[in-house]
Design a binder for this molecule. Structure first.
Ligand SMILES: Cc1cc2nc3c(=O)[nH]c(=O)nc-3n(C[C@H](O)[C@H](O)[C@H](O)COP(=O)(O)OP(=O)(O)OC[C@H]3O[C@@H](n4cnc5c(N)ncnc54)[C@H](O)[C@@H]3O)c2cc1C
Length: 433
């Protein structure tokens, strides 16, 4: 009998499953793809972000920090390094494949059962409970006590007919992140040093002998590429998260509106980017496409309706909550599919508390959400979707699910003080009344 079913093996789902199993629940993690690590590992994100507030105080601990620490031990991450572009205090570069393996190792150590290539395709509800979840393939009907939906897209909520947020008109654009190899960083960084106006104010331009650099810019070269007809879409800047000593970089540049043929449009943009990079970017002549995201990067899709909803003011004002299960501090980072840059970004005054109620399904008592799809407004989600915060909401949901099973309660009826105490014991920061 499965006590806790976690759906989706991304940042939130991995943290939820580890926390649930370590809290004593028989835990099954089901994942639609063939990989552990979700968007951070397989969509080749530039880095994990959101571990510290603007002043450099750490806000994400617990499983997220343990994953980074183990990855560091294996040499797959330098840990938290300065952000370099004055956007946040730190960022956490990761080798994507090594992150995926390390998360799998941690799942095994925690005793989580894992089913890959197993999408959730249905759910049934009786009264105020989800009574079954159907997966494929082969088709099987699971009857867990409690479910954590960490699918990014609220798939269990969707199949169960649970309430979702309705302010979905302005969802963010989708992208296909790519990784280049063969970059000669000496001329590339020389260019950046000689053209500071082409980069974000306050940027630190690193050295080609360093292991990591972080650059937001190249607007002049992008504009030239667009005017010359080499890039079919206009961007005022791109994000290059580089590993100079390896000649590698992840580029976040492609962008389109979500739709049926978005992958096909993004694939053209990827190849235009590679060709443009070789011809326009100093040091790019021998660059090649080393890898491309295994999935379209969806910044925002369905968000659940919880018992509480995280709002723009909660984030911007750094609000505290008596039911806090952790903290977030990343700026509200909202991209506009129709414009060439970020549509806007709002930096919080201080870390904000994550209220427990944003994880709880509004009307189903054995269903929790974690990660990108937690109960949040469009604006608040621009902060809460960052991976460090996803680790935190995942750990909180997994711990709550396991405590509910142990005490014979539903997650809705949990003793919040006991949950907060357990989260603090686990190393989660800011879980207090
Ligand atoms: C282009 C782009 C750049 C970004 N850059 C950064 C960055 O630099 N740093 C950062 O920290 N964040 C960044 N983000 C945000 C961040 O990537 C995501 O919000 C975060 O990774 C979401 O984590 P999650 O655990 O909620 O979901 P995911 O990591 O997406 O995991 C969800 C998992 O659920 C699985 N799943 C989906 N449907 C089903 C189903 N039916 N059955 C079973 N499993 C299912 C998926 O396969 C996936 O593995 C970026 C996002 C985008 C789109």
């Amino acid at each position: 009998m499965t006590d806790v079913l976690v759906v989706g093996a991304g940042s939130a789902g991995v943290a939820a499953a580890i926390a649930a199993a370590e809290t004593g629940a028989d835990t099954l993690l089901v994942e639609a793809s063939g990989h552990v690590g979700g968007t951070l590992a397989r969509q080749l994100l530039e880095h994990s972000a959101g571990f510290h507030d603007a002043a450099g105080n750490q806000v994400t601990g617990g499983v997220g920090q343990r994953i980074v620490a183990l990855l560091q031990e294996y040499g797959g991450s330098p840990g938290h390094v300065p952000d370099d572009v004055a956007y946040t205090a730190t960022r956490t570069p990761v080798n994507h494949a090594e992150l995926s393996m390390v998360e799998a190792i941690m799942l095994q150590r925690a005793g989580v059962r894992l089913m890959l290539n197993t999408p959730v395709v249905g759910a049934t509800v009786e009264g105020d409970r989800v009574t079954s979840v159907t997966v494929e393939s082969p088709r099987a009907v699971l009857r867990p006590s409690t479910i954590v939906d960490a699918s990014g897209d609220a798939v269990v909520f969707g199949h169960a007919g649970a309430a979702l947020q309705t302010d979905t008109a302005a969802t963010q654009p989708v992208s296909l992140t790519l990784k280049l190899g063969g970059i000669d960083y000496a001329p590339l960084l020389d260019y950046a040093r000689v053209h500071p106006d082409d980069f974000r104010p306050g940027s630190r331009i690193g050295e080609h002998t360093e292991d990591h650099v972080n650059l937001w810019g190249f607007g002049t070269l992008l504009e030239k590429g667009f005017r010359d007809g080499r890039l079919s879409w206009r961007r005022t800047e791109m994000h290059l998260a580089g590993w100079p000593t390896r000649g590698e970089a992840v580029l976040n540049l492609t962008r389109t509106v979500a739709g049926e043929d978005s992958y096909l449009r993004l694939a053209s943009q990827v190849m235009e980017t590679v060709s443009w990079f070789r011809d326009y970017v100093p040091g790019g002549r021998l660059a090649y496409l080393a890898d491309v995201a295994d999935r379209i990067g969806v910044r925002e899709s369905r968000r659940v309706l919880g018992v509480q909803t995280l709002t723009q003011d909660d984030v911007k004002l750094g609000r505290s909550s008596p039911t806090s299960v952790g903290q977030g501090a990343f700026p509200i980072d909202v991209h506009d599919a129709a414009s060439a840059g970020l549509s806007h970004t709002d930096k919080p005054n201080a870390a904000y508390d994550i209220p427990y109620g944003i994880l709880l399904a509004h009307d189903l008592r054995n269903l929790l959400a974690a990660g990108r799809c937690v109960s949040s407004t469009h604006e608040a989600n621009g902060s809460a979707r960052i991976t460090a915060t996803c680790f935190t909401t995942g750990e909180a949901a997994g711990t709550a699910a396991a405590l509910a099973v142990r005490s014979g309660n539903t997650p809705h009826d949990l003793d919040i003080a006991a949950l907060q105490a357990e989260l603090r014991r686990r190393g989660v920061l800011g879980a207090r009344s």
